[in-house]
Design a protein around this ligand. Structure first.
Ligand SMILES: C[S@@+](CC[C@H](N)C(=O)[O-])C[C@H]1O[C@@H](n2cnc3c(N)ncnc32)[C@H](O)[C@@H]1O
Length: 355
C-alpha cells in the first residue's frame, strides 16, 4: 500500500489507530508535549493575537480549532481572551480525543463552556472568525518518494514481509508523479539521485476544505516545518518523518504501528500556496519564538508576582522560544481574508521572504 494509506491507518484506523485507540498521548505521561501543554503562555499570546483580529471582526465572531488534542489550548484560550467568540468550534476527528476535550472543557465556567461545540465537518455557513491549528498539519498523511538512478521518480510504498512492514519502491501513482513534478519545477536546485522525502498530496484540498466558510478573518497554522527550499535541501535526503513513543523520537514508522505517533515536517511554502490558490492572503510567516515574543509572551514573566512563579514562567518561555527547543523548529503561518491591519505576531521577526 502507499505510505499515506499506511500512515492514515496507523493513526486513524477506527479503534486501532494512534489517535483513535483511547490511549494517553499528551503531556508528561504520554508520548509528546505540545506548546499548549507546556503551560499557559502559548495560549495567552495566541489570545492576544485573536483579540487583535476580533477587534476588526466585530462581536459576532467564531473561533474554530482544528485537532484540539487534550483540549488544553481551547480551555486556556477561552480563559485568556478579552473578546470572547460567539462560538468555539472544535473540529476533531478522533472520538476518544473528543471525550478527553469534553472532560477538560466541562470544568470551565458555564458561560465559557456553553460556547464550545464539536463539529464533524467545517461549517457550511459562512462565518467571520479565526481558525487555529497547532500541530495538526504534521499529522496529515504524507506520500513518500525517492529519486532513483538516472533521475527516475519512485514511490516508496509499504509491504509486509511476513514479520514486519518494510519499504518497497516502485513506479509512482499519477497523483504523486504530478505533485513531485510540480515541486521540482519550483525548487531552485535539482534533487540528487538517492534523495528521499515526502509530500502531503492532500494538503491543498484540506486547506481549502477547512477554510472555505471563512468570510473574513485569520487562519493560523503552527507546526514544525520549513520553507520548501529548506525542506528539500539535498542534505535532508532521508526526509522528515518523525515518530514519538513515550517522549522518545525515532524515525522508523513501522515500529509499533498504532502505538507510535507518526508525523512529518510541514512544507510551509505549500501551505502558503494552498492558501493563495483559494484567495487567502499570506498575512505573515515567522518562527514560534518570533510570534510569541511579538505578542509579548515575555511580559508575563516580568509581571510574575513572586520568584517561584517567575522561575516557572521563565522555564516555560525558554522551552517555547529558545532556538534549541521549540523556538525555531516551530513556525507560524497566518493566512487572512479581508483584514487590513498588520498582525503583532508577525511584526517582530518576519520570515516571509523565506517562503
Ligand atoms: C499532534 S496532535 C495536536 C493536538 C493539539 N492541537 C495540541 O497542540 O496539543 C494532532 C491533533 O490533530 C487531530 N487531527 C488529525 N487529523 C485531523 C484533521 N484532518 N482535521 C482536524 N484534526 C485532525 C488529531 O486527532 C489530534 O487532535
Amino acid at each position: 500500500m502507499s505510505f499515506d494509506r499506511y500512515m492514515q491507518m496507523a493513526l486513524y484506523e477506527p479503534g486501532l489507530g494512534y489517535y483513535v485507540n483511547g490511549l494517553h498521548k499528551f503531556g508528561s505521561a504520554g508520548d509528546f508535549v505540545t506548546a499548549p501543554e507546556q503551560g499557559g503562555l502559548f495560549a495567552a499570546a495566541l489570545a492576544r493575537q485573536c483579540d487583535e483580529v476580533a477587534g476588526q471582526l466585530g462581536r459576532n465572531w467564531t473561533l474554530m480549532e482544528l485537532g484540539a488534542g487534550s483540549g488544553v489550548l481551547a480551555r486556556d484560550l477561552l480563559e485568556s481572551l478579552s473578546r470572547l467568540p460567539r462560538e468555539y468550534l472544535i473540529l476533531e476527528p478522533s472520538a476518544p480525543l473528543r471525550e478527553v476535550q469534553h472532560e477538560t472543557l466541562s470544568r470551565l465556567p458555564t458561560e465559557l463552556f456553553e460556547r464550545v461545540r464539536w463539529i464533524d465537518q467545517p461549517p457550511g455557513e459562512p462565518f467571520d472568525g479565526i481558525i487555529v491549528g497547532n500541530e495538526v498539519i504534521d499529522a496529515l498523511p504524507v506520500a513518500r518518494f525517492e529519486i532513483g538512478e538516472h533521475d527516475e521518480l519512485l514511490e516508496q510504498c509499504v509491504e509486509f514481509d511476513g514479520k514486519r512492514f518494510v519499504w518497497a519502491s516502485g513506479p509512482p501513482r499519477p497523483r504523486l508523479q504530478e505533485a513531485v513534478s510540480g515541486l521540482r519545477q519550483r525548487l531552485s536546485r535539482p534533487l540528487p539521485d538517492g534523495f528521499a522525502s515526502e509530500v502531503c498530496i492532500d494538503l491543498p484540498g484540506w486547506v481549502e476544505t477547512v477554510t472555505e466558510a471563512l468570510s473574513s478573518g485569520l487562519v493560523l497554522f503552527i507546526d514544525y516545518g520549513y520553507p520548501r527550499e529548506e525542506y528539500y535541501l539535498p542534505d535532508r535526503g532521508e526526509g522528515t518523518l518523525v515518530c514519538h513513543y513515550r517522549h522518545r523520537a525515532h524515525f522508523d514508522p513501522f515500529v509499533w504501528p498504532g502505538l507510535t505517533d507518526i508525523s512529518a515536517f510541514v512544507d510551509f511554502t505549500a501551505v502558503a500556496e494552498a492558501g493563495t490558490r483559494i484567495g487567502l492572503e499570506v498575512a505573515g510567516f515567522t518562527s514560534q519564538a518570533g510570534f510569541l515574543l511579538g505578542l509579548g509572551a515575555h511580559e508575563a514573566v516580568e509581571a510574575a508576582s513572586n520568584d517561584r512563579q517567575r522561575l516557572k514562567l521563565a522555564g516555560e518561555l525558554k522551552r517555547l522560544t529558545l532556538p534549541g527547543e521549540m523556538g525555531e523548529k516551530f513556525k507560524v503561518i497566518g493566512l487572512s481574508r479581508g483584514l487590513d491591519s498588520p498582525l503583532s505576531g508577525f511584526g517582530l521577526m518576519s520570515q516571509l521572504h523565506r517562503l
